[in-house]
Design a protein around this ligand. Structure first.
Ligand SMILES: [Zn+2]
Length: 417
């Protein structure tokens, strides 16, 4: 039975609906010439063209035919299956045609090896080329859940379809009003709406995705953190800065008298966030690795940070020393970070911001997993010594903690420029 071509199906549907070829071209935003060539059978349309036309005319070309009783091709397939079964049964009888059978039996191992190699090369190429489009946080961080959909000129029709499906799982629906692809089947421009199912919706039009500047991301975002400044939006996405809040839960870090490192780092982190919220003009969102007294493994911290694809991270800690006199701020970056240059600039800016009000004690590179393993520039600040009386007084007063938070915020503000 000959399968009806898409062109034939198009003619049939178009005529039933009383449309001209021009009507279809206008409806689907496809050139009249392409419609003519599809109908005449001179071109086989690409899968997204088929989808666009089918959807606009309200039919499903890929739908399985009704009453699909066992047709001749299925019967033929069943015969082949029977022959194959007999062939394989005989294959393991090595008494006849031994060499040929051993060669055939070893073939699957060769194919598996080759497939594994190809799969690996493919994955490497893909991760280098494709920027993830939906960024979601780990479920361990339910209270910090964050979704970002980034549109780039690298996307193909299948990617848009995948985005739609992934958002559906989050009960978010996206409608593509108009999508245009270039000659390489890559996304050129997009006009769409997103319904967040919380009563809010956003729309987005990007005329030319190739004109987006390096370092900028356009799309949608939804922040489920109730304290966040921006809960959802579209357009130029805010840059994400992560404050890694040192220690937590069973891991108190350093402590002295009634103070513990895990508590001071969280208080100062929250103060930085408050400063950001009081500056509505800054296009930055700050995420904290924890917002409560919770223990988070190093691996989960790193995974969470990497899932956010932040602009950079600052890890907050306090120091301790065997000598009571040692005090001031220590600034570190990772000795093995792949982002040496950017991490150096981050450290330099932190040094400038802190040096007005504080003594800078050490500035150096250290071998730290959090600094070396995150996928972005990084720095670690030890914001004073829990073994020094003067520093302890700072941590005990709200003004002292606010001064430290201001220095960090000043750094973030300077780096936005
Ligand atoms: Zn620490």
């Amino acid at each position: 039975m000959k399968k009806i071509t898409f062109g034939e199906k198009l003619i049939e549907i178009r005529k039933t609906k009383g449309f001209t070829q021009s009507d279809v071209a206008n409806k689907c935003n496809i050139s009249l010439r392409t419609i003519q060539r599809i109908e005449s059978g001179t071109v086989t349309p690409r899968s997204y063209t088929v989808k666009v036309i089918s959807e606009s005319l309200g039919f499903d070309y890929f739908e399985a035919p009704a009453n699909s009783k066992l047709n001749p091709s299925v019967k033929a397939l069943q015969n082949i299956k029977l022959h194959l079964a007999l062939f394989f049964k005989d294959l393991f009888n090595l008494k006849t045609n031994t060499f040929m059978k051993i060669s055939i039996l070893s073939l699957p191992f060769l194919i598996t090896g080759l497939a594994f190699f190809l799969f690996h090369s493919k994955v490497t190429v893909q991760s280098a080329e494709h920027i993830p489009t939906i960024q979601k946080t780990n479920s361990d961080f339910e209270y910090l859940k964050n979704i970002r959909v980034v549109f780039t000129s690298e996307l193909e029709f299948e990617d848009l379809f995948r985005i739609k499906e992934e958002l559906k799982k989050e009960k978010i629906s996206i409608t593509y009003n108009k999508i245009i692809f270039d000659d390489d089947k890559r996304l050129k421009s997009i006009d769409c709406n997103v319904d967040w199912h919380n009563g809010a919706s956003n729309s987005l039009i990007i005329e030319d995705l190739k004109s987006i500047k390096k370092g900028e991301q356009y799309g949608f975002y939804r922040n489920y953190d109730k304290n966040s400044k921006i809960l959802c939006g579209s357009g130029l996405l805010p840059k994400i800065v992560v404050l890694d809040i040192g220690h937590g839960g069973i891991d108190s870090g350093s402590f002295s008298e009634e103070l513990s490192e895990k508590q001071i780092t969280l208080e100062i982190g929250n103060k930085v966030k408050d400063l950001l919220y009081s500056n509505p003009n800054m296009h930055i969102d700050i995420s904290l690795t924890r917002t409560s007294d919770k223990y988070i493994t190093l691996k989960n911290r790193i995974d969470y940070i990497n899932s956010l694809q932040p602009h950079y991270i600052i890890s907050l800690h306090l120091a301790e020393s065997e000598t009571e006199n040692e005090n001031g701020i220590n600034l570190f970056n990772g000795s093995q970070t792949p982002f040496i240059k950017q991490s150096d600039s981050l450290l330099k800016q932190l040094k400038i911001s802190f040096s007005n009000e504080f003594t800078i004690n050490q500035v150096k590179s250290i071998n730290s997993d959090i600094l070396n393993k995150v996928n972005c520039p990084s720095a670690l600040v030890e914001m004073g010594y829990l073994t020094n009386k003067k520093d302890i007084q700072l941590f005990k007063s709200e003004i002292g903690k606010s001064k430290i938070a201001s220095a960090i915020f000043k750094t973030i503000k300077q780096l936005e420029k």
